[in-house]
Design a protein. Structure first.
Length: 168
């Protein structure tokens, strides 16, 4: 099973790039929705054409559509129309986002991300560097028997869980 947790806005996704090399003739690729596969009509048509050209069926669950190599003109029309709606929806989302950011900036609410380094701290670091000091202190190192070293590590208060479900 191939699962991507990134947006369908572009096709440079690790699992999607592995998929065409993995599938074989007679396989079926099941996709929840067309806009999960691609939000761009050209990308969607190219992906479906690539997969069906390799003898793979592509099934979209939400739209109840299945595409194989010998699709009818009606199936191609449905793919184009549904893909165009997904692309249209993506452009609307981006337009609304830009409008919301502009309105928030006008109200003075949206200031963007806080700077990682303020002017005073940058001046301190430049002064330390000019004096030949390091930016941060070196970690304490414990010498263990057998010429081994142990660097300090962060302590975790609880057991580490995988970042994404199903991943380790």
């Amino acid at each position: 099973m191939f699962t991507d947790t990134v947006s369908g806005k572009d096709t440079s996704r690790p699992k999607l790039e592995e998929l065409p090399a993995f599938v074989r003739d007679g396989d079926t690729v099941v996709v929840h929705s067309m806009d999960r596969l691609a939000r761009n009509l050209d990308d969607l048509r190219r992906l479906v054409r690539t997969l069906t050209g390799a003898g793979v069926e592509v099934e979209f669950v939400k739209e109840s559509l299945t595409f194989a190599g010998e699709d009818s003109p009606m199936a191609n029309l449905l793919l184009s129309v549904m893909g165009a709606f997904a692309e249209f929806e993506r452009t609307l989302i981006l337009e609304r986002q830009r409008e919301g950011i502009a309105a928030a900036k006008a109200r003075g609410v949206y200031t963007g991300r806080a700077p990682a380094l303020n002017i005073e701290r940058a001046a301190q670091l430049r002064a330390r560097r000019s004096r030949g000091e390091e930016d941060r202190p070196r970690p304490r190192v414990r010498h263990l028997p057998g010429n081994r070293l142990r660097l300090p590590t962060r302590r975790r208060c609880c057991r580490r869980r995988p970042r994404w479900p199903g991943r380790r």
